[in-house]
Design a protein around this ligand. Sequence first.
Ligand code: SF4
Length: 973
Amino acid sequence: MTDEFKTLKKFDAGNGREGFLHSLPALEEQGVGRISRLPVTIRIVLESVLRNCDGKKVRRKDVETLANWNAKSPANEEIPFVVARIVLQDFTGVPLVVDLAAMRSAVKKLGGDPKIIEPLVPVDLVVDHSVQVDFFGSAKALQLNLEMEFKRNRERYQFLKWGQQAFKTFQLIPPGIGIVHQVNLEYLAKGVLSQGSEVRGRRSEVFYPDTLVGTDSHTTMINGLGVVGWGVGGIEAEAGMLGQPVYFLTPEVVGVHMSGQLREGVTATDLVLYITQLLRAQKVVGKFVEFYGEGAASLPVPDRATIGNMSPEYGATMGYFPVDQESVNYLRATGRTDEQCRAFENYFRAQKMFGMPRKGEIDYSVDLDVDLADVQPSVAGPKRPQDRINLPELGKTFRELLEKPVADGGYGKKNLDLHEKYLVQLNGSAPRDRAMASTDEIDQGVNPGDERNKIEMVANRPTPDSGKDIEAASSDMFTHGQSRIGHGSVLIAAITSCTNTSNPSVMIAAGLLARKAVERGLRIDPAVKTSLAPGSRVVSDYLDKTGLQKYLDQLGFNLVGYGCTTCIGNSGPLHPNIEKAIHEYDLVAASVLSGNRNFEARVHQNIKANFLMSPPLVVAFALAGRVDVDLSREPLGKDKHGKVTFLRDLWPSLSEIKETMQSALKPETFRKLYRDFADQNPKWNEIPSSTGDIYQWDEKSDYIHEPPFFENFSMEPGHIEEIRGARALGIFGDSVTTDHISPAGAIKATSPAGQYLISRGIDHGDFNSYGSRRGNDLVMTRGTFANVRIKNLMVPGTEGGVTRYFAPAGETSAGPTGKMPVPQGEEMSIFDAAMKYAETKTPLIILAGHEYGTGSSRDWAAKGTRLLGVKAVVAASFERIHRSNLVGMGVLPLQFLDRRSAQSLGLDGSEIFSITGLSDKVRPGHHATLEIQDKDGKSRSVPVKLRIDTPIEIDYYRHGGILPFVLRQLLTR
Ligand code: SF4
């Protein structure tokens, strides 16, 4: 245990326990900085920097710089942040576990003990991203969707099961339990952690704040509990798992002072939509946001968590609420032990970080004010979460957008008759328990006999290839009856997303609204695909206990699964006749969901208008069946007596919600539901899985494959050497995103990855996505630079992963007449060219414009680059995380100087490149030379800057990346 600043102090950890902590007040007493005026987020990061200060990974200078954080002009320095734990979801988590398994195999081959490969900090992986809403509106939907999920993901789950038993510090929450951020909030987060350590010759417990990074952008939900954490890409998470710091630039911190109270009829969702709009306009991208003041203190933790969760939507790295009594109460109410709760409270008190700060107590970079009383019932959309619309204005706004030109963000429809509706037959053999809706609009709809407006088809329902049970039950997928749909018809109504399902007040409000609707005999139109997918089983427990689930069921909001579903776009198919009608009449149909993202095609590829809203409003709009309506004035339906019913007739009061909540939420429920996951999950238990410390790689699997990162691994790190005789694999313009470099979506049959899968006997229909095959380097390497929209300027006028191959002098190919010279500049796929270059050991480079690697952080964008044989990327500028990911994979990032670019240098890819001036002596920011030999033999050279930015990155690069670096460290321990 290092104690560079002699700040290790004793404190009362509660329940008679004595603990130690790295004291920030003690650091301030030494005059290192005015720490007590720092934002709480900065102080928590500072504690980590202080605790991990060892002179190399973390230096004294790092502590001093952060302790002197200047609110108005933060130093532009990288902070080495060692986090306490990591959370993963299954999409991004699988490749990380594959890497750990590959490291174990490498150690075994070297004759070492594979068990030395173990995450150095606790890692929790929650399987939540794979469930899709194939079945809905039925009591069997939950079980059937789960069966489909297991069938589709069997290979990945088998592998994860192996990982679960192989790594001690790796906990896996199987499918059907919940959503990663809600599970984190309700169960995984501890608030404060401790580790046994030698302190002054005695074994002692050293306490430190619970901090984390997660491989999902909404990791920030945990900020609502006072835990510092945010979403990162796979390589940073991998580094964090292996005890390496996560680096980030000293941020600005925006202080949002909250005052007042939410008004009757306003929900936490309304508040978060209000804050999203406000903070987007304030340009908080890349900043920390800290909420404080008496308004913040009045919010319960679930409301704070909803606000924290949507940080990515307002652009902030975090949306943080300091720890106070409310945070401790939440831990207690969710079944955490008394010991845990006391340690949490006492730790933050001892660090002088307990309690909601008041105005003027902390120095922030920017000060903002929010009066909670200003918040009104709202929705957001139809394309961006920050486009908030006051509820009464939705109908008007939608109608305007319908006619607005596409270039101005509208839908470009002309001469609309919004009363025009198209009749759709909804055939199916097992009707849901609901009849046709009877809203005014539909009652006044077009004459059903009018052929112009009629689509009648026998439902060509897709039959899930999923075994007998599912075959038999698949008729539940769609309902009987008929419907009339048009522009603005609600076709998906989803109570989804941990953003809201973690908040009992809005879930109970949805149930209470459903109860009142059912009691009045209101129904939902059968064209609306209704679903309820909470982020934990606790929600079902309280909806059952309060008797509210049965009303939701009667409206079709049956439970479909415990996972992300519609929030991640797994909304499943609509009835084929509905999809056909949308296409045929080019309808701007709507979804209403309690999720957090709504850009086009995210929720469903055929639904163009997507509105985010609170769960009770989701139920209300499902009842109304349309979004071109002002629910504050217009009725949402007729009751069983034919009397019009308004939203105000159904809306529950705050006291009703509070009363119902109190009778339902008990700590024992959390304790009962968050234990023995496997025992409670028979389907998971049925999955056969290998055991042992080493994974038995199965050559037959096309989801999991041993990556070649440790082929020819030796204990000696390499040297930093000049790169000579390189060819360009691609020349790109500005703003190439990580999705251009490593797409997540569909795999084209004609692409190298598609051709590879076909050669493995896999039908196009079973390709699945790149995202689901991230455990297989053979697919992912072929998919690198394979985005159908990427433009390689070496082949002007084309899109997709194509390049030109320049053969070394004298290379021949076998033609019918014998040896033929290879044509220079032959057009081929980037993957094929890379493999041909590999045959002659020709190093490769990428040339790019500004903001190379922008977009969400994606480990395969760097891994795939490396596996194609790319040694360096020379760009006008880099996106921060992708740059560090390239170094983390042993690929050299270089930056053009003096506004030069591939274009200004007139490069077309026919040149031969060398990068000189590289040796083991290079330091961060070193200048090297890019030597360019044109095809006519002329040479020129331009200076370039090494974008290896920190001393530890020099080590990573010399070792060939983070993974070999850490492996060598572990093997020499
Ligand atoms: S529910 Fe939505 S926000 Fe939550 S983890 Fe899933 S995809 Fe992310």
